[in-house]
Design a protein around this ligand. Structure first.
Ligand code: ATP
Length: 349
């Protein structure tokens, strides 16, 4: 099936006149996995709650195929939800939790049993079916929550930071589990996270929010390789954001200087000679070299295959590096810049 399953048109939610989410317009294809990504307070949960029907919209509309949804109460939207805190019924067994939505729909007993068994198998919890949630690990509880959400074959699954209560190892395992389930069931999914790695690894498309405003909508590759502005770049791991002035512009090649050292990068947006720019560079693209920008290592952190380091230039600019070179505080260094992106400086940034 093709065509947008879900359409958000100018979805806006204000609290006391302040827009927690402003004008979100998005078409979600059937089977697509969308991640809403952004720092704390950017409006992710507000967007999810608007979709779920837990918050009325201040403006805008939501459509499922050609059915208007935003006027329906949550229980009539037919969505599955998975929350950060699992929200399982503590007095019901794993099986009881998973079967709950099917019972509410008053399905025949045999069908409830068969679909619950299938969901238990899907999240690999057959052996734990009779246990209570309190007898399960965090990862197992989250698998129950996921099974409970998908067992009703929802038209949309909403997930709000489902992995944030798990430890690092389990989080990785569950990430793979969610990906596997999505590939297997093909359920349209909207997933909220502040973790860019999680979003990049799970989603077909990402929506990056900042202060309630959409900054960029794109595939993981697009966001990773070409963030639309310095805020998205910052969020996508371009830890070095350096302010300077464009000297030359030739096509998308921009020449500029950092502390007198000539460098080049690719323009993103309208960069003009003589105008202020923000240069975004990933830590791994500031590489120790024969000549380049002189600096002195301030902090060096061993991270297995490579090192993360911070270095200070003569003018006190703090650079973030990631390199396989062994560095120690106090080491003098020159670094060359690769794959820099050059953005026009915004007025107030
Ligand atoms: P987090 O990752 O911390 O959960 P978030 O991106 O999900 O953050 P939201 O919870 O959507 O952010 O909040 C967006 C903004 O709206 C914040 O500034 C928040 O203070 C505000 N906000 C959210 N809910 C309410 C409310 N019920 N009343 C007033 N303001 C609210």
């Amino acid at each position: 099936m093709t065509g947008p399953a879900l359409r958000l048109e100018g979805v806006t939610r204000r609290f006391a006149g302040h827009a927690a989410l402003a004008d979100l317009t998005l078409d979600i294809e059937r089977g697509e996995f969308i991640a809403l990504l952004g720092p704390s307070g950017c409006g992710k949960t507000t967007a999810l709650n608007c979709l779920a029907g837990l918050l009325p919209l201040s403006e805008g509309r939501i459509w499922l195929d050609d059915r208007r949804l935003d006027t329906l109460p949550p229980e009539r939207r037919g969505f599955g939800m998975v929350f950060q805190n699992y929200a399982l019924f503590p007095h019901l067994s794993v099986r009881g939790n998973i079967a709950f939505g099917l019972r509410m729909r008053r399905l025949p007993r045999a069908e409830i049993r068969q679909r619950t068994d299938e969901a238990l198998r899907l999240v690999r919890l057959e052996e734990h079916a009779a246990k209570l949630p309190g007898q399960l690990s965090g990862g197992q509880q989250q698998r129950v929550a996921i099974a409970r959400a998908v067992v009703v074959s929802p038209s949309l699954v909403l997930m709000d930071e489902p992995l944030s209560n798990l430890d690092a190892k389990l989080r990785l395992e569950m990430r793979t589990e969610i990906r596997r389930l999505h590939q297997r069931l093909g359920l349209t999914t909207v997933y909220v996270t502040h973790d860019q790695e999680e979003a990049l690894s799970l989603a077909d498309r990402l929506v990056v929010l900042r202060a309630g405003q959409v900054q960029q909508i794109g595939s993981p590759e697009e966001l990773h390789d070409r963030p639309a502005n310095p805020h998205v770049a910052d969020f996508m791991g371009f830890r070095n954001l350096l302010r300077t002035t464009a000297e030359t512009v030739d096509g998308d090649r921009v020449g500029f200087r950092i502390e007198g050292v000539p460098c080049t990068g690719s323009a993103v947006g309208d960069v003009r000679p003589g105008a202020g720019v923000v240069v975004a560079v990933r830590p791994e693209n500031l590489v120790p070299a024969e000549d380049g920008l002189p600096c002195v290592v301030d902090v060096a952190e061993y991270q297995g295959r490579d090192m993360a380091a911070e270095a200070l230039t003569g003018d006190g600019l703090r650079l973030h590096l990631r390199t396989t070179a062994r560095l120690a505080p106090g080491d003098p260094l020159t670094v060359a810049m690769r794959n820099a992106l050059v953005y026009p400086a915004e007025g107030r940034d």
